[in-house]
Design a protein around this ligand. Sequence first.
Ligand SMILES: [Zn+2]
Length: 218
Amino acid sequence: MLSLRSSALALCYSAAEYCAPVWSCSAHTSQVDVQLNSIMRLISGTLYSKPLPWLPVLSNIEPLALRRKAATDKLVEKIVQHDSWRIQPDILSPPLLWLTSRKPLWLDLQPVDIKSRWWHNWRSAQVVNSHLVCDPKIRQHGFDLPRQQWSLLNRFCMEEGHCSACRRKWRLTDTDLCPCGETQTTSHIVESCPLTKLKWRLITADEDAVSWLTSYGS
Ligand SMILES: [Zn+2]
């Protein structure tokens, strides 16, 4: 996934964040976010229904709004240091805001530590299995696995994938039962099914987990 992540940052993010401080407060940033979210889904191998806070964690790329805020903070810092720049008075003594619909960058000049903000946002996010990730800022276990195992690992950790319960929800089958007789969810497959359960925690992506993912995927 390293090459996918590097390519995404070099080819997509660099273009999608061009001049971001100028437009980061626009009401239309969601149009850019939709495209970048789909790139993060590609990197993480997750499904479209996945909760958005998981995408930056699995892609090991900071959340989009925080990246734009960091770029804005960097620009403001440069402006403050250069007395000759004609934009400096607008930053240090902002003009009166006549139109409340406008949100110029000087409305929020308080710099933000994006890493601690990301950690705080992750801790307060109400997403499935968020407790599996202690620190969203670090590269998660299994990031260097082959794509099939990496994708499978993420789907199991987020409790969505090819299990009978999900296939029934997607109307691909009539039953949600496992061959063992219980309802087959992804957590059942990993944690309690006598036919497939894994004794060790999947999230660690250790040797046993990878071998389990490989045999399950095949
Ligand atoms: Zn079972």
